[in-house]
Design a protein around this ligand. Structure first.
Ligand code: DX5
Ligand code: ZN
Length: 218
């Protein structure tokens, strides 16, 4: 069964503790934390101190998605704050040496993820599959919650899922952006193993019900 990693980006940060506890109780498998630096993407969200606060509120893995221009300068801070999975963008300028950075994430005892923007070719992962735990396909341009799913992402999910399968590696294929109860089945069918859902879950009156549908229930 797929995992669901609800994103807290579009929640009311004044009630972030309540939100995380509610998502935890609603059946979230991971908690997706969108870190934005105002450089790689236009907005600024939050950094390590918030991750440290969230760490005390849930036992669920904190799935930290770094949308930042220079992840190399802050990987240690996020690891110390309690991130379990640290995902970096291969398009970040400081990811010229992507292999070095994912190796560093793993050497700190964390799971390493690599995210691909919508226009990035899946071959960007070809020589790094052995060194990562999560492959994150962005199905919107990173920067904002509440955007529409870009359909071409389905083709990319299929390609990456079949490479992971052919290589026989335990990589979790995660999809982020515009996931909702209407398109979750096609995303699962394309081969996704983890669905990020922001507005679909955060705005729901019944988050547990939505998480159940995203997982493939009725
Ligand atoms: C986009 C973020 C996503 C986003 C998901 O930049 O990385 O995680 O918050 O939100 P929805 O599900 O509303 O697209
Ligand atoms: Zn994200």
């Amino acid at each position: 069964m797929v995992k669901i990693s609800p994103s807290i980006l579009n929640s009311d940060f004044g009630y972030i503790a309540d939100t995380v506890k509610r998502l935890d109780a609603a059946g979230a498998d991971w908690i997706h934390c969108d870190v934005m630096d105002g450089v790689f993407v236009p907005c600024i969200s939050f950094g390590p101190p918030v991750i440290r606060a969230l760490r005390k509120l849930t036992e669920k893995p904190l799935d930290v998605h770094l949308m930042v221009a220079d992840p190399s300068s802050c990987l240690g801070d996020f690891a110390d704050a309690g991130a379990d999975i640290i995902t970096i963008h291969c398009e970040s300028p400081s990811c010229t040496h992507l292999h070095r950075l994912v190796t560093r994430i793993r050497s700190m005892g964390k799971k390493a993820g690599v995210a691909l923007n919508p226009s990035t070719h899946p071959d960007a992962l070809e020589y790094i599959y052995e060194d990562i735990d999560v492959a994150l396909v962005m199905s919107v341009n990173p920067g904002y919650g509440g955007q529409e799913f870009i359909p071409a992402a389905l083709r990319k999910i299929e390609v990456i899922a079949s490479r992971i399968n052919a290589l026989g590696l335990p990589i979790e294929l995660e999809v982020d952006g515009g996931v909702n109860t209407g398109n979750a089945k096609s995303i699962r069918d394309a081969g996704a193993a983890v669905l990020v859902a922001g507005s679909a879950v955060i705005n729901a009156a019944d988050p547990a019900g939505v998480i159940g549908i995203l997982k493939g229930g009725q």
